[in-house]
Design a protein. Sequence first.
Length: 90
Amino acid sequence: MGTVRISEAEAIRDIAGLLARAQKGDEIVIETRSAPAVVLRKAEEPTLRKLSESLRIAREIGSTVTLDGGFERDLNAVIENHSERFRLDH
């Protein structure tokens, strides 16, 4: 994995190839004459936190948050309508 520097014109000609390289870990620096460079690289995986961990943190910082009776229904609606994958640990 390394850093690749290319011109904007080169990037336009091979965007699919650049995306594949970035997915494998290369950092692609796209240079233009009129603007600062653009860097293309693989995004970091999001970190997920269990609800129990979130509640522990809330207690530690003195939050008075409470979960009402409709919380489970609301959370299920969010999960069902969200376009990304959720990992649920029971």
